[in-house]
Design a protein around this ligand. Structure first.
Ligand code: ZN
Length: 414
């Protein structure tokens, strides 16, 4: 899924990729795909020798008539020369030789196909007025949500296993007017969430356990096995099978967890009309302290996966997501900005003002402060939030009598 803002209106774009079975016009569809590939190749060959950048108008002038005379429809021709131009551009940027197209794949404009999601059929308009009818192979649950979206381009492909289509859908999302900020601190063993109002009041805290220790156990098993059979593990049937099995466990646990957290977080943010502030993981390298809190052995992919699901679910609900550089968020006092020192296990203390708080909660609140200082919506940036003081809330993770903010039991997530 991608997310873009056009003319001020945020749009969500998502592709439905499914297998498709031709019901009629199989031969013509195959013929079309071959013709299409050869036409793209013809355009590639001809513009390869031209060194100028070609505008759409110029491309149209150069190729429209030729392509139409091959039997293509007007919109086909545009897709063909635009695609050919992008192929050439990409090959040139990588200093490659002139590309030769082998795959059978065609991009089709929305004027050249009809999609009926109720009957799951797709009708393609091909060359020389031929048509092909395809049955989409997907469950009705999977396509249900797209019924309210609008479809635009699609790609049809043929490989050794048959035909595949990717249909692109878009949906305008009404951005929610944020009333609170939800900042999320990802760690090895927990995810800590703080919800604060725009003027700095802490509304609640929440903490989810992560299954990363479990994932790490599988990871370590795999590493050990690969070390024991450094060259041969791939070729010993039993070993390869066991490695694959652990790999699959890792994949399942991590996706399952990421989806659940994404859904829960987005629901919560929707109830609270929050903007979601995430740590910008790309900025992490310059930040050793936080780096240590992630497990290097696992790498960042799992955190990226969790963030991906949070963003995905949030944007579908019209919730804005921002990424904030996490530098020094876990080492500075949220009240006075001075450096914090270790006080107890996972608890930090400020030597200057005496503030004491849970390490992860501090990180989440500092993330919020960083967001607010960059986006001073209400002129309240710099106001110290009412972070929990150690005497009133030592662990700093209990909510304040708000149902939505109650801790979720770990077993629900793992
Ligand atoms: Zn302080």
């Amino acid at each position: 899924m991608s997310y873009s803002v056009r003319g001020g209106e945020p749009v969500v774009i998502e592709a439905l990729r499914v297998r498709a079975l031709p019901e009629g016009g199989y031969d013509h569809l195959l013929e079309f795909l071959r013709l299409y590939r050869d036409a793209v190749q013809m355009v590639v060959d001809r513009i390869w020798s031209i060194n100028d950048r070609l505008s759409k108008r110029k491309l149209h002038r150069l190729f429209y008539n030729d392509l139409v005379s091959l039997g293509f429809r007007a919109h086909h021709t545009k897709e063909i020369y635009v695609y050919a131009e992008s192929v050439v551009k990409s090959a040139r940027s990588k200093n490659e030789r002139k590309p030769t197209l082998r795959r059978l794949s065609a991009r089709i404009d929305r004027y050249d196909y009809r999609l009926d999601l109720d009957s799951m059929t797709l009708t393609l308009k091909l060359h020389s007025d031929y048509e092909a009818r395809l049955k989409l192979v997907a469950s009705s649950e999977r396509v249900e949500k797209f019924k309210s979206w609008s479809n635009y381009e699609m790609v049809v492909k043929c490989d050794g296993s048959g035909f595949w289509v990717s249909i692109y859908f878009k949906k305008a999302v009404k951005p929610l007017k944020p009333r609170t900020v939800m900042s999320i601190d990802l760690n090895f063993d927990n995810i800590t969430i703080a919800v604060l109002t725009l003027d700095g009041k802490l509304l609640g805290l929440k903490r989810f356990k992560t299954p990363l220790r479990k994932i790490l156990t599988h990871r370590i098993w795999v590493e050990r096995t690969q070390k024991r059979y450094p060259r041969s593990w791939r070729f010993i049937k039993g070993v390869k099978k066991a490695v694959d099995r652990h790999g699959e466990k890792i994949r399942n646990i991590s996706w399952d967890y990421a989806h659940k957290v994404g859904d829960l977080v987005a629901e919560l943010a929707s109830k609270r009309s929050s903007i979601i502030a995430l740590e910008d993981l790309d900025k992490l390298r310059e930040n050793n302290k936080k780096g240590k809190r992630f497990n290097k052995r696992l790498g960042l992919w799992i955190y990226r996966r969790i963030q991906f699901c949070i963003e995905y679910e949030a944007r579908e609900r019209g919730i804005e997501v921002v990424k904030i550089n996490p530098r020094s968020t876990s080492s500075k006092c949220p009240r006075c900005g001075k450096k914090l020192a270790e006080y107890r296990h996972r608890v930090l203390r400020c030597r200057k003002c005496g503030f004491v708080g849970d390490r992860d909660v501090i990180a989440a609140i500092n993330l919020y402060k960083k967001y607010m200082s960059k986006h001073p919506r209400c002129g309240v940036s710099g106001v110290a939030p009412n972070a929990p003081k150690h005497d009133e809330n030592p662990s700093g993770v209990q909510g304040k009598g708000d149902d939505a903010m109650k801790n979720i039991k770990p077993h629900e997530l793992i």
